[in-house]
Design a protein around this ligand. Sequence first.
Ligand code: MG
Length: 395
Amino acid sequence: MPTCIAPTCIALIVAGGSGQRFGAERPKQYLELAGKPVLRRTVEAFLSHPQVTGVRVVIDPTWREAYDAAVAGLGLPDPVAGGASRQDSVRNGLEALAAADGAPDLVLIHDAARPLIDAATIGAVIDALETTPGAIAAVPVADTLKRGSGNGGAGAIAGTVDREGLWRAQTPQGFRFPAIVEAHRAAAGLSLTDDAAVAERAGLAVALVPSKEDNFKVTTPDDLTRATRAIMSSLWDVRTGSGFDVHRFTDGDFVTLCGLRVPHDHGLEGHSDADVGLHALTDAILGALAAGDIGSHFPPTDPRWRGADSAKFLRHAADLVAERGGVIAHADVTIICERPKVGPHRAAMAERIAQILGIEVGRVSVKATTTEQLGFTGRREGIAAQAVATIRLPG
Ligand code: MG
C-alpha cells in the first residue's frame, strides 16, 4: 500500500432475494451448507479477512428470524431492509452505510449466495481499488460460445460468438465508496444487471480481477450439492477420536444421560451433572482434535463446574472444531448399564446431542447395552459410556 493508513472497507452482503428459482421452503442463503447456513459462510469469509473492516447485510425483513439465526454470535450491526429489486437493495445498503458514522473508503458488494469466495480474490479486488474506482471478480469465458437461432429455445446454431476478451462477472464488486453511492443514486429506477453496470453508466473505470470457478452463485439444488462437495473436499483431514467415562450411582431419583433427565431409583455421583454420555462424547471430539481431555478443559477442582450442565462441555468441544474450520461428521455414543432402560430415550438423546453440536440428527447415534450382569455395571454400581466421533478439518 502506498499510504500508511489502510482504507476502511465494508463488505455489503446482498441477501434480499426470495430464491424463487431454488424452489426450497426458504431462500437459499438461509439453507444449510455443510453444517452452516450459506449466509453465515459468506459473512465469515469477509469478517475473517484482514483488509475488511466490517460487514453489513441487506435482507428481506420477512426473513429476519432466519437471518438472526444464521448470523448468531457474529456481532453484526442491524441488517438493512432490501428493496423491490437487487439494485434497490444495494442502493438501500449503500445509503445505510452513507448515513452511518464514518462512511467507509471502500465497499465490496457481494452476493450472499456466493459462499465459497476466497480470501485471495477478496484481497485482489481491494488492492485493485488503489488504482481504479471500481474492480470486480470475474472469470474469463473458457467455452466456445454459440448463438442459437431459436427464439429463446435452443434451435440450430446461427453463429459462433468470438469469446476473445469475454468475462463472466461475479462478486465481490468493489468500489471507492463516494463514487458508487453517486452512481447508484443516478441510476435509481433503471434496471441494470449488476453494480459494475451502474458504475460503467456513471463513467467509472472498472477493472476485471481474475477470480475462481468455485466462487459460483448457489442458484439450484445442484449448486448446493456442488458447494457441499467443494467444502468437503477441502476438509480432507479426517480424524476419529474415542472417549470413555464412568459415574457411580448415588442417592437420587434421576440420572442425566445424553442431555436428558431420565427417572431412576438412583442418581449419578459427579462434580458436574455426571452425564456419562456427554462426557464420553466430549472426550471423543477432544481426542480427534488431539486437544487434551475434558478434565484439562474443565478441571473438576474448579467450583464453576459444580452441577454444571454437561452440554456446555460438549458445546465447547464443538466450538474448538469450528474454530479450526472443521465439521463434525458423526458421533456415536454407547451407554453401558443394566438400568435405567435407555431404549425408550434413544431418539430424544440423539436429537439433543445433534442440537448441542449443531449438526443433523442423521449424524448422531445413541446405542445401549448391558454387560450381562457382569462387572460393576452388571452389579448396578454405576453407568459407563463410550463414544466415537469423526471430524473433518481443513487439509
Ligand atoms: Mg465424567
